[in-house]
Design a protein around this ligand. Structure first.
Ligand SMILES: Nc1ncnc2c1ncn2[C@@H]1O[C@H](COP(=O)(O)OP(=O)(O)OP(=O)(O)O)[C@@H](O)[C@H]1O
Ligand SMILES: [Mg+2]
Length: 399
């Protein structure tokens, strides 16, 4: 956490930028990695680096903090940063990167730093062109290659770098950082709101901060319902309702109830499947029934990604649950005994009266002033926007 007061104009910054760690100590996670890199820097023997891992885990922040530590206030003149928004084809590698790498700064004995952020989007050709440059100019520069999917980096480049994997942040680490932001910004948040944020963030600090900022802009009180509404993710109570409906109601009634809930709450089936799955793995089932159900859910999820009709897929999901029940021969209550849906009081469609149900994601987005302005220092590419409407396009896992 930066202790310096924010410069003027920072109030309009998205919080992910406002609270971007400035020093290696500000990073709340991956202490082993930051300590190792810090040691390399102190001993003056920094190798070429390859940082990889899922989104929002601090890769870019780490290398920028390193640059500040290495070069002090003049760090910007000593680095060349190229990310997915820059042209990085083979020509750029051959000309710009090579020129930067081959020249030395007068009066400066150290090396410069070339940061190739989001390098998984670079073509193989461009990566191949880098092979020799990385070796030849080691005297003058160090390369830092950053990506989400390490498999997209050619093996020859990987072997020239020291690899560090940034795993998703642990709940406690996200919580610690969130609490600092909550306090500094004076966010009115409940304990269950915090918990929902942590669950939805999935170890992605950027996502957690983005949701928090959107909720703060949209609601006076950020509670569990506000958080779920903000992202368009189904509330746990909605999921329990769906599960019990599928298990207990007759096919057509269940279908119409689920469709009604989906329409009223604007739920995406892909998100429902993702959440339903978490409960289903806890069901008491025979092997055959479990495998059957999981396979069907996987199939439905796949079909949805290829643009299948949601209505038909809802019936497919219902069918899968009904057949699973037949295969178990058990009764629904027994199967669900160990899950939260088992304890859930089954009734009408769960209501969330304390939040405006139909706040659209775009309305939320537009309430953050900085999203409306062009903000050159914030490289918000489409993939960096939080998943506001729960379209299921989460960036999950790596490799
Ligand atoms: N370890 C961390 N400690 C504190 N804040 C973090 C950490 N990781 C991420 N953040 C927050 O999340 C934001 C995004 O982090 P960063 O840009 O470093 O992620 P990244 O790993 O480069 O993600 P991507 O792969 O999407 O580029 C930062 O501005 C910061 O506010
Ligand atoms: Mg990054």
């Amino acid at each position: 956490m930066t202790s310096e007061p924010s410069p003027p104009g920072e109030d309009t910054l998205p919080w992910v930028e406002k609270y971007r760690p400035q020093t290696l100590n500000d990073l709340v996670s991956h202490k082993e990695i930051t300590e190792t890199i810090e040691r390399f820097i102190d001993e003056g023997r920094l190798p070429h680096l390859l940082l990889y891992g899922p989104a929002g885990t601090g890769k870019t922040s780490t290398i920028l903090a390193c640059a500040r530590k290495l070069y002090g206030p003049q760090w910007k003149s000593m680095i060349m940063e190229l990310n997915a928004s820059d042209e990085r084809g083979i020509d750029v590698v051959r000309e710009q990167v090579k020129t930067f790498a081959s020249t030395r700064k007068i009066f400066n004995t150290g090396f410069k730093l070339i940061i190739l952020d989001e390098a998984d989007a670079m073509t193989t050709q461009a990566q191949n062109a880098l092979r020799r440059i990385v070796e030849k100019y080691t005297q003058n520069v160090r390369f830092c290659i950053i990506c989400n999917y390490v498999s997209k980096i050619i093996p020859a480049l990987q072997s020239r770098c020291t690899r560090f994997r940034f795993s998703p942040l642990e709940m406690d680490q996200v919580k610690k950082r969130l609490e600092t932001v909550i306090e500094t910004e004076g966010v009115n948040i409940t304990e269950d709101g915090k918990q929902a944020l942590l669950t939805l963030s999935n170890g992605d600090m950027r996502r957690a901060l983005n949701i928090l900022q959107a909720c703060h802009a949209a609601y006076d009180l950020t509670d569990e319902a506000a958080v779920y509404n903000c992202t368009g993710n189904p509330l746990p109570t909605d999921i329990h309702y769906i599960l019990r409906t599928m298990m207990k109601e007759e096919f057509t009634t269940a279908y119409s109830k689920i469709m009604r809930l989906k329409t009223e709450k604007g739920l995406a089936l892909q998100d429902v499947i993702f959440e339903v799955y978490k409960d289903v793995v806890k069901y008491k089932l025979s092997k055959k029934a479990r495998v059957y159900l999981l396979e069907k859910l996987a199939e439905i999820e796949y079909r949805l990604t290829t643009g299948a009709s949601e209505k038909i897929q809802v019936t497919a999901m219902l069918g899968a649950f009904k057949t699973m029940l037949d295969l178990t021969g058990g009764n629904a209550d027994e199967v669900m005994a160990d899950t939260d849906a088992g304890d859930y009081r089954f009734g009408n469609i769960p209501r969330t009266d304390n939040v405006r149900d139909s706040v659209s994601s775009l309305t939320l987005l537009s309430r953050i002033p900085s999203y409306n302005n062009e903000f050159p220092s914030t490289r918000m590419t489409e993939s960096k926007l939080p998943v506001w409407v729960g379209e299921g396009n989460r960036k999950l896992g790596i490799d």
